[in-house]
Write a protein that binds this ligand. Sequence first.
Ligand SMILES: [Zn+2]
Length: 70
Amino acid sequence: MTTRPATHSTLTCPDCGHAEQLEMPTDACQWFHTCAGCGTVLRPKPGDCCVFCSWGDVPCPPVQAGAGCG
Ligand SMILES: [Zn+2]
């Protein structure tokens, strides 16, 4: 398959519900993101590798590829 992984994910803040579409790095995991709505620092849930896997509507590119990351 040649489907390219999605590179944008919409993060939804669990505290205030603010959603932001962000571009994901394709070769690294992003562990922290500061919510633009309330300033809460989002962190991955236990067992997740990055904020996109925990709070985004699309998991990070390495996970989409089935490789996982970390
Ligand atoms: Zn927030």
